[in-house]
Design a protein around this ligand. Structure first.
Ligand SMILES: [Zn+2]
Length: 224
């Protein structure tokens, strides 16, 4: 069997073992020497398998006396990376991405209005407050969209929304970010976000959806 195939198989076995033990984030699975013995593989196959799992965010390695292979919490970063490569290869248009984002995010706004918990409301309001506190405005604008997606209580939808959102520049293109109108754009986006959150907190799903759609369509103009 070619070594790449053996490494993929070992990665799969390791992942199944992590799943079976309840995905204990932070737990040390063993040192390289221990794992080579436990799985009866060569050092190079183990290292290749570890690279695969690291790429997916399932494990990390730590050096030192208490180090070794450690269980990690995958966070979807690898998914965004893969999606970006596929879409760039296929030369997907910005219009396609924006259309997909509008469909996904109007659905998240609608569901968030129906399902948001008290804890979600606290997080949504914290994200809104962070936007007006300055600092890295672009990052904090994306946070609100993430919190809305989380408030749907649907992890699959939240993950898709996160991928789509990460593929399109949020709210501003690189050109306008450098431009003098950044303050206007930020104020506008924050106002739109406030109105979306109001509708979500009020539990008005149709209104939340409409406001999200209007917000995303308005932001199309600054993305060109
Ligand atoms: Zn926004």
């Amino acid at each position: 069997m070619p070594s790449t195939k053996r490494a993929e198989e070992l990665a799969h076995v390791l992942q199944e073992d992590i799943e079976r033990s309840g995905w204990p984030v932070g737990e040390v699975l063993g040192s390289e020497t221990e794992l080579v013995g436990r799985y009866d593989v060569s050092r190079s196959i183990l290292r290749e398998a570890v690279r695969i799992l690291e790429h997916h965010g399932a494990v990390r390695t730590k050096r030192g006396p208490h180090g070794g292979l450690i269980v990690a919490a995958p966070d979807g970063v690898a998914l965004v990376r893969s999606a970006r490569i596929v879409l760039e290869y296929e030369r997907v248009s910005v219009d396609n991405l924006l259309e997909a984002r509008e469909l996904v995010e109007s659905a998240t706004a609608r569901l968030a209005a129906r399902r948001r918990s008290d804890e979600d409301i606290v997080k949504l309001e914290a994200a809104l407050a962070a936007e007006t506190e300055g600092g890295d405005a672009v990052v904090s604008f994306a946070t609100l969209h993430d919190e809305i997606a989380n408030a749907t209580q649907n992890r699959v939808l939240a993950l898709f929304a996160n991928v789509v959102d990460s593929l399109v520049p949020t709210h501003v293109s690189d050109e306008s970010r450098r431009g003098a109108n950044m303050a206007d754009i930020s104020r506008e986006a924050n106002r739109a976000h406030q109105r979306i959150v109001e509708a979500i907190v009020a539990g008005d799903d149709a209104l939340a959806e409409r406001r999200m759609l209007r917000h995303l369509r308005a932001s199309r103009a600054v993305l060109r």
